[in-house]
Write a protein that binds this ligand. Structure first.
Ligand SMILES: CCCCCCCCCCCC(=O)SCCNC(=O)CCNC(=O)[C@H](O)C(C)(C)COP(=O)(O)OP(=O)(O)OC[C@H]1O[C@@H](n2cnc3c(N)ncnc32)[C@H](O)[C@@H]1OP(=O)(O)O
Length: 166
């Protein structure tokens, strides 16, 4: 019988990194995120924006910052709970971040009760805070991925061939 799509768990890579499914085959984080120091409910990260992710000239794309925050939030909570999903993500973009310049991100669990998690983080660069963010995570239901795989197949097709929302 095929293994359930919900059976997956993020394991350390050959070099000991925690990586998303897209980066695991490369054994490196393509967003430029590395764990610098981990304590129980907070983790500090060294982060460098690869030039690939520039938006304006020489500065990081806002989507890169969002992906970095999504990753670090997962890492800090995954150390406690391996089955997580992001419910919401809120970012304040306060200053531009240059590409290829080291920045630090400190993420901390603010609250955890049952399936509900609140996690926040600051990005700092040379004593400035170019971005702050907070998230709500949920512990995944046991059949989260299988339900998501089944859900689009049930949606009716729209006139242009795409599936309509319901
Ligand atoms: C460390 C390595 C580094 C990096 C490793 C980490 C990698 C990077 C980060 C990964 C983290 C992500 O980005 S995860 C990807 C982004 N996030 C998502 O795709 C989440 C999509 N949203 C959801 O699945 C849902 O909204 C939830 C689970 C968040 C809702 O949770 P909740 O608020 O507790 O509500 P809940 O009662 O469970 O469900 C609300 C309604 O949604 C329905 N529902 C819930 N789950 C599902 C489901 N799977 N499929 C269909 N429907 C669902 C329920 O039946 C209900 O319908 P009704 O009763 O109201 O009708």
């Amino acid at each position: 019988m095929p293994e359930s799509p919900d059976a997956f768990a993020i394991e350390p890579s050959p070099s000991g990194r925690l990586l998303c499914g897209g980066c695991a085959p490369h054994d490196s984080c393509r967003l430029g995120v590395e764990i610098a120091d981990a304590q129980d409910d907070k983790v500090r990260f060294d982060v460098i924006c690869p030039p690939l992710w520039h938006g304006g000239p020489g500065v990081a794309h806002g989507g890169w910052k969002a992906a970095v925050f999504d990753d670090v939030f997962s890492v800090v909570a995954l150390r406690v709970e391996p089955r997580l999903v992001t419910k919401s993500l809120s970012i304040s973009y306060l200053r531009p971040v240059p590409v290829e310049r080291p920045v630090e991100v400190l993420a901390r669990i603010d609250r955890h009760a049952g399936r509900q998690w609140k996690v926040s983080a600051d990005m700092t660069l040379a004593g400035m805070v170019p971005a702050i963010a907070r998230t709500e995570l949920r512990t995944r239901h046991p059949h989260h991925v299988a339900r998501h795989e089944a859900w689009p197949a049930r949606q009716p097709m729209s006139h242009n061939g795409s599936r309509a929302e319901s």
